[in-house]
Write a new protein. Structure first.
Lengths: 296, 285
């Protein structure tokens, strides 16, 4: 069997339409595994209505716990902590802020009376589900927790396993916003990325940054301009930028209220009828390009 | 007053609201804490006065002195150091290092392991329209935004200032880092199912941090009460609305702050601030 290929949809800037596009593509492209890798704000389930087959706890980093019965209040742990995670509370006890603790264990080493131990926390869950459009792997990170990059790696790994089991060789991934750890995890090992941008100064600024990250990780970039009719001058800028960077523009989706109406009804624009024709046609075009990426 | 603007979902209008809110304040300081994709400068067009490199310490192993005992490698939970004792080799993987300092702490040999600064990003300081401007940018390829946000927040002037922090999207660590020590968290959402779902996640986080908060609805439309119903149920105050209009999106695309393009823009943001002040002073409900 061919190598399993991953296509990840990114944007840098949030809210440019990653989830809407990825969900639409998931309904068109056949024989694939769907992944929602935006684990701290996963929304794909709203449109694809997965039925959960398997649910697993995701354990993250350990965090420090100060045992008050042993603590002699020397304050060494607070002084040494680089993450600002240990503070004295109003009762004079040294307390670990679990949100800020990075799990490095330095405090365990500096504590002269062995009053600190590491406790492993649960940071989220991941799910293997089925949808009307194929298997889906998704996850939920507990609000405020870290390691979303690791959770992204986990859902991608599970998707590879499912793809192998079912003999599928395409994985479509809805990626997270930004350029940091979760994005790097989403990109790593991917064949290509579709970057969804919009002709706004923010969209363009972030396109430039995310494209550089894609290049760093040697992932083939393609560009989709969403709401392309919002600002013609900016579209020309994006076109120029795309040429200069050898990133092909594979779609131009118009700014149309039908998209919002579809989403409010838990539908994607490709489920709609004539009222969303222009958007739908463009997404089908993008799906053809995506299929080409998978097949080459 | 220290206000953090957050959203959960990306693209709901955090920067739009943060920039315009800062412009409506006296002694306003705009802080861009969306360090992976900072966009505030596109709207404020600040004159940058100072650029400070942001660095974090990473270990440097002096193999002339190192005894290859392996204590540093054993201690490092991130597995950023590998010591091959028989080969007398020390390997360091900077992309795995979290700059915690444990390796330097456990190293028993003087001069074998020293921490040296490594650049991870930049912090820019400037002025725009009577507003102070601070922006953090994480270098591309760097994984962790939280330390930069933490470092940048220490450089924000506090006395007599009204600080607005433009937070990153999501609900994970960097968002907590941005919200911490705030007097108020302003949640920007949009009346879509994605907006609502991510708003709920963010609300649970803000509640856990025990910070007072309220909602601004962006892209609000007549007849769409998705967020209103949720806010009423949860007794969360709605402090303002920015309507869904193509013209607003067009001005946004050109980088013009909404406070200048919206009818009654100044009043809307002045009102938001007035309510924030009341809630921050009197407590939520």
């Amino acid at each position: 069997m061919d190598r399993i290929k991953e296509l990840v949809v990114l944007s840098g800037k949030g809210g440019t339409g990653k989830t809407t596009l990825t969900s639409s593509l998931s309904k068109i492209i056949k024989d694939k595994v769907i992944v929602d890798a935006d684990v701290d704000a996963s929304d794909m389930f709203i449109l694809l209505k997965p039925r959960v087959l398997k649910k697993e706890i995701f354990r993250g980093k350990s965090v420090a716990l100060i045992h008050q019965d042993k603590c002699i209040h020397c304050g060494l742990c607070e002084q040494h902590c680089r993450f600002d995670a240990i503070h004295k509370n109003s009762e004079g006890q040294f307390i670990v802020n679990e949100f800020k603790c990075d799990g490095c264990e330095l405090c365990v080493y500096v504590c002269p009376v062995d009053a600190i131990t590491m406790e492993q926390g649960i940071v989220g869950e991941w799910y293997l589900s089925e949808t009307d459009f194929g298997p889906m792997v998704h996850a939920r990170l507990n609000p405020g927790d870290e390691n979303s990059g690791n959770l992204v790696t986990m859902v991608k790994h599970q998707a590879q396993i499912v793809a192998k089991e079912k003999g599928l060789n395409k994985i479509i991934i809805d990626g997270p916003p930004g350029t940091g750890c979760p994005v790097i995890s989403a990109l790593s090992g991917a064949t290509a990325t579709i970057i969804v941008t919009e002709p706004t100064l923010s969209g363009m600024h972030d396109l430039d940054r995310i494209l550089k990250v894609a290049n760093q990780f040697k992932v083939l970039p393609k560009i989709v301009i969403n709401k392309y009719d919002l600002n013609n001058e900016n579209v020309r800028e994006i076109e120029k930028f795309a040429r200069e960077n050898n990133a092909k523009i594979i779609g131009r989706i118009p700014f149309d209220h039908c998209v919002i109406d579809a989403l409010l009804n838990e539908k994607t624009p490709v489920d709609g009828g004539e009222e969303c024709r222009r958007v739908k046609d463009e997404i089908y075009k993008i799906a053809n390009f995506a299929n080409e990426i998978f097949e080459t | 007053m220290w206000i953090t603007v957050a959203s959960g979902k990306g693209g709901t209008g955090k920067t739009t609201v943060s920039v315009s809110l800062t412009l409506a304040l006296e002694n306003g300081v705009y802080v861009d804490a969306d360090v992976e994709e900072p966009n505030g400068a596109l709207f404020l067009k600040p004159e940058i006065e100072k650029v400070v490199p942001y660095t974090e310490p990473i270990p440097q192993i002096n193999t002339d002195v190192c005894t290859f005992c392996g204590k540093c490698a054993d201690a490092c939970v991130y597995k950023a150091i590998v010591i091959l004792k028989p080969l007398k080799k020390a390997m360091f993987f900077p992309e795995l290092c979290h700059s915690c300092g444990l390796c330097a702490y456990v190293c028993p040999v003087e001069g074998a392991l020293a921490e040296v600064p490594k650049k991870k990003g930049e912090i820019r300081f400037g002025k725009s329209n009577g507003v102070e401007f601070i922006e953090g940018t994480l270098d591309l390829g760097e994984a962790s935004a939280s330390p930069l946000i933490r470092g940048m927040k220490k450089l924000i002037p506090r006395e007599g200032k009204n600080v607005v922090i433009d937070a990153p999207p999501g609900t994970s660590c960097p968002v907590v880092e941005a919200m911490e020590d705030s007097d108020f968290v302003l949640l920007v959402t949009e009346p879509t199912l994605f907006g609502l779902n991510d708003l709920k996640l963010t609300v649970s986080l803000v509640k856990e941090l025990k910070l007072p908060f309220g909602i601004v609805i962006n892209k609000a439309e007549e007849g769409n009460d998705l967020i209103d119903r949720y806010a009423e149920e949860e007794k969360i105050p709605i402090l303002g609305r920015i309507p869904f209009e193509r013209s607003i999106a067009e001005y946004y695309s050109k980088g013009i702050p909404v406070i200048y393009t919206l009818e009654n823009g100044k009043t809307i943001f002045a009102n938001i601030y007035k309510q924030i002040k009341e809630i921050a002073q009197n407590g939520q409900n």
